[in-house]
Design a protein around this ligand. Sequence first.
Ligand SMILES: *Cc1c(COP(=O)(O)O)cnc(C)c1O
Length: 405
Amino acid sequence: MSDTKNLMQNADENLLHTYNRFPVVLDHGEGVHIYDKDGKRYLDFAAGIAVCALGYSNEHWKNALKDQIDKLTHCSNLFYNEPIIKAAEKVLKASGMDRVFFTNSGTEAIEGAIKAAKKYAYTRDGHAGHEIIAMDHSFHGRSIGALSVTGTKHYQEPFEPLLPGVRFATFNDLESVKAQITDKTCAIITETLQGEGGIYPADPAFLKGLRQLCDEKDILLILDEVQCGMGRTGEMFEYQSFGICPDILTSAKALGNGVPVGAFLMTERVAEKSLAPGDHGTTYGGNPFVGAAVNAVFDVFESENILENVRTMGDYLEGKLEEMVQEFSIATAHRGKGLIRGLVLTVPVGKVAARAIEKGLLVITAGKDVIRMVPPLVIGKEDVDEMADILKSVLKEFEEGNAPA
Ligand SMILES: *Cc1c(COP(=O)(O)O)cnc(C)c1O
């Protein structure tokens, strides 16, 4: 049996079966390509689910991590460390927020955001029992708190009862949000652009309306930019394109380019009434190693003019997706912004992704019927062209009914 087959069999026997994985054992990466154990090359339009923004083997990022390993990787939050102090400055400057808490993942950033909002309302009102409004088809993570505000019934059902006091509204429908507001509402949480749910950008009027609603009623607006933030839309954070600011922001995925790090951030106004010593903590969160990664990510964003590349390549990618919609009747629409794009298909998207992977293109899915593209933010025109060639050849097979079973 081949090494790859052995490894996959071993995984199936030992790892908890929470994922149906594609039959590929990934081994190493270079630029926007990733290679499996057998040396096969894949063009990566998945980036470890919108994580590896700088692609693979970025020299500056790699060397920053190696240097930090030689100095100090972990020291606990009972002490100060320089890399995370510098990283905090950078993420606050980029987001316009005032205070940050570093976490180990996106879901933990959501947990922190929920706690921060509840504590704010508790301090203000002198009692607990506050409610949160979240959106249908949202995705905020897998821990119990984050799952409680995730608007997908089948993710939630086996784990009920979840966090009480969560009400759901319809994304991009301001009236539906208003209908859920009570005198107990402390926060409204939404992705600025829904990722997992099917790549749905927010309407400007919806987001601005939410901001206004929150201001009127002293409700905190939590924007989850774990997936759509960190440059992916061509803005450092997507709310910046609407000229509004959240009260609490969550980030993760691309924040460390693959080193597990997330963050929740807030304004000073919220921080003053929110989490205080003893209210929240983490053992690993914000250690010097992840601090070095975050610093390196922001450095490269600046030195390599990443946002500019996202805008140009985003437009170019949009053009290619439009071609596919014109060319294939099974491709009905495309949505998204910058380098987070979805192609809506009438054929099973999991099968299309699997066939693309066989042909050397890594793509993933979102929602029920969307091929999701979240490539490294450093892709070039030739990569978009190669993606389009491969995906079109796959769509052609499906359109003609020639796809291998
Ligand atoms: C991925 C994701 C999360 C959860 O992040 P994890 O690091 O997987 O815990 C939360 N919110 C959004 C919008 C995400 O895309």
